[in-house]
Design a protein around this ligand. Structure first.
Ligand SMILES: NC(=O)c1ccc[n+]([C@@H]2O[C@H](COP(=O)([O-])OP(=O)(O)OC[C@H]3O[C@@H](n4cnc5c(N)ncnc54)[C@H](OP(=O)(O)O)[C@@H]3O)[C@@H](O)[C@H]2O)c1
Length: 338
């Protein structure tokens, strides 16, 4: 990885910044990075592995000589630049939703379906930041018994909506504490001292696009096209880490102890589950960590073949930047960069 030429499109964003943090700890010698963003950020400097790198405006020639382009921008901008990067010879790892459901684009969580990188045609997508932790937990459990149905309700932090939504939470909280007027700009509703069940736009079905992403993307990653999945996605006033309350039904009963054992053996998952010591994961535990945390594992009182679990994960790390870097590592290990 350290020998590769890497472009980071969206280097100034919430995911881009976390990407750079992870590169610094995982690859402290990497210095062949091109930091790209909009023209608003051109000329800003960002320190990477002790070197001050200038942010450049993303243009059609930004990808010349690049091996891997990590793209963390809006779908519209991805749609413009990803094909250009591929034409220039780069493999694109895209964090947004632009290409996720295209049949020629693998949608990958390496611990679950890493071998899907083998059939890439230039672009690989990462899933939505709540889908990733859900499949990280569903995958080891389905080794115990086939999945019949998943119902997932999320509690998603504001960083899932980008850097500007984090600023909005701070501003609104200060305004509310000072009894001052405020407006919601980045988010669709009041986030200070509030929660709302609205992430991305509404569909005719009554679901939101974010909820539909969890349904479609879980099926694609698990290679289970007809798996019944339902979701309700809620924004909460937390800066970093998304939580998922997951109700998973199996073909046969799965005991809590077997589930704990399977989850403990899953790379990238940490079980934090001891009601006696009040041990359960929260966003504060997960922020800045690589692993998906899982606790509150219990038999579903409404379904003898069901388990209920509480899953928490840093949406900027495993939900985005870390998963992208792990996909690149998978490509290198499988010799599938070209
Ligand atoms: N946040 C998460 O938890 C998360 C998780 C998984 C996937 N994702 C996906 O990752 C992507 C980025 O999310 P984010 O949270 O990092 O958003 P963000 O904080 O709003 O950052 C957006 C980035 O896009 C750049 N940008 C805007 N217009 C551009 C242009 N014309 N050309 C090049 N760059 C441009 C911005 O640069 P400037 O600073 O110059 O404006 C900034 O670096 C989105 O598709 C999102 O769905 C996010």
């Amino acid at each position: 990885m350290e020998d590769l030429s890497i472009a980071v499109v969206g280097a100034t964003g919430a995911v881009g910044q976390e990407f750079i943090n992870i590169i610094e700890t995982r690859y402290p010698k990497a210095n062949n990075l091109r930091l790209l963003a909009s023209e608003r950020s051109a000329g800003k400097t960002i320190s990477v592995n002790g070197k001050e790198l200038k942010v450049e405006t993303t243009t059609e020639s930004s990808f010349d000589g690049i091996d891997i382009a990590f793209i963390s921008v809006s779908s519209e901008i991805s749609q413009k630049f990803a094909p250009i990067a591929v034409s220039a010879g780069a493999v694109v790892i895209d964090d947004g939703s632009a290409f996720r459901m295209e049949s020629t684009v693998p949608l990958v969580v390496p611990e679950v379906n890493g071998s899907d990188v083998d059939w890439h045609q230039g672009i690989i997508s990462i899933p939505n930041c709540s889908t990733t932790p859900l499949v990280m937990v569903a995958h080891p459990l389905r080794q115990l018994s086939p999945l019949i149905r998943i119902v997932a309700d999320t509690y998603q932090s504001v960083s899932g909506a980008g850097a500007s939504a984090m600023t909005e939470l701070t501003k609104q909280t200060k305004s509310l504490l000072a009894s001052e007027a405020f407006e919601s700009e980045s988010l669709p509703s009041q986030i200070g001292f509030n929660v709302f069940p609205h992430i991305d736009s509404f569909l005719d079905t009554g679901y939101t696009r974010e909820e539909q992403k969890m349904i479609d993307e879980s099926r694609k990653i698990l290679h289970s096209d007809n798996l019944p999945v339902s979701a309700t996605c809620v924004r909460v006033p937390v800066y970093i880490s998304h939580c998922v309350a997951a109700h998973i039904e199996f073909e046969h009963p799965v005991s809590v102890s077997d589930a704990r054992e399977a989850l403990s053996s899953m790379p990238g998952v940490t079980v934090m589950d001891n009601p006696q010591t009040l041990s359960y994961p929260t966003p504060a535990h997960a922020a800045g960590k690589d692993d998906v945390l899982v606790g509150r594992i219990r038999q579903d009182a409404s379904n003898s073949n069901g388990l209920v679990l509480w899953i928490v994960s840093d949406n900027l790390r495993k939900g985005a930047a870390l998963n992208s870097i792990q996909i690149a590592e998978e490509l290198v290990n499988r010799d599938r960069l070209n």
